[in-house]
Design a binder for this molecule. Structure first.
Ligand code: ARG
Ligand code: ZN
Ligand code: CA
Length: 254
């Protein structure tokens, strides 16, 4: 693929309290992070250990709040929905007006992002390519969205949306989703095989599954480390996202 794909985003803010009705500045702060991280233009990319510097990928994606709504009218790319539902689960109910949420915009044109209060400390969840258009997109809890307003440490770096959009473009968790085993794979050749998720801010190197001396690539966006501890996609991951944009999500580049 030549050039950068510019993805129109609609942010659906679904709120039951004034606090959850996050302001435009918080939303823009999230878009800014996406535009840094998916271009390897993030300030912390220089913290990638030297052994992996050549693997750092510019995913060549940029994002902007939609300027036209599904009916062709001018929009700021943000919908706001007041609801009586106090918090939400991974059951997709936030994606439907009938259940107190907000309906998706056409998923072949827009990346739908729902921001609401998720239950039980859940930061976000995503739909992989190939699913129903009505539930396509990512859901992020308001306190892990953007870098200001209601965003709270250690998830106030905007990296939850980066991680979830990675899933939306078909990236798997870097440890291969087999918990602490070494048999699972993320189907990416240039990420080290790793046992389970890393949490917090590990120190380099942290070896598992015989991957010494460099160990786990816990600074990858598809691990579970804190926002300040993750700062890269690999070239293999970017190739996998490219393949998705050439196939299941081809309409987004038109
Ligand atoms: N737990 C979520 C998931 O599996 C997101 C984790 C995001 N991590 C972060 N540092 N923001 O999709
Ligand atoms: Zn995940
Ligand atoms: Ca791998």
């Amino acid at each position: 693929r030549q050039g950068v794909i510019d993805v129109p985003v609609v942010v659906h803010v679904v709120h039951s309290t004034p606090e959850q009705n996050i302001d435009d500045a918080q939303i823009n702060s999230q878009i800014d992070v996406l535009n840094q991280d998916f271009r390897a233009a993030n300030a912390d990319v220089n913290q990638v250990p030297p052994v992996w510097r050549d693997l750092v990928a510019d995913a060549r994606l940029q994002f902007h709040l939609a300027r036209t709504d599904p009916l062709g009218r001018t929009t700021d790319g943000i919908t706001r929905t007041q609801t009586s539902v106090t918090d939400w689960d991974t059951d997709d109910l936030v994606k439907f007006s009938l259940s107190g949420g907000r309906d998706a915009w056409p998923a072949d044109v827009y990346l739908n992002v729902w921001v609401c209060r998720l239950r039980g400390g859940l930061l976000g969840y995503a739909q992989f390519p190939g699913g129903a258009a009505s539930t396509d997109g990512v859901v992020i809890t308001h306190s892990a969205f953007g870098t200001r307003g209601t965003a709270r440490a250690p998830f106030d770096g905007g990296r939850t949306a980066v991680h979830e959009i990675g899933h939306w473009l078909n990236l798997r968790h870097i440890w291969g989703d087999d918990d602490e085993g070494c048999s699972g794979s993320d189907f990416v050749a240039d990420t080290p095989n790793q046992a389970g998720p890393n949490l917090g801010s590990p120190s380099f190197p942290t070896a598992t599954c015989g991957n010494a001396p460099n160990g786990d690539m816990f600074m990858n966006y598809m691990d579970y480390t804190d926002d300040a501890a993750m700062f890269m996609f690999t070239k293999g991951q970017a190739a996998r996202m490219d393949a998705t944009l050439d196939n299941a999500r081809l309409t987004l580049s038109r």
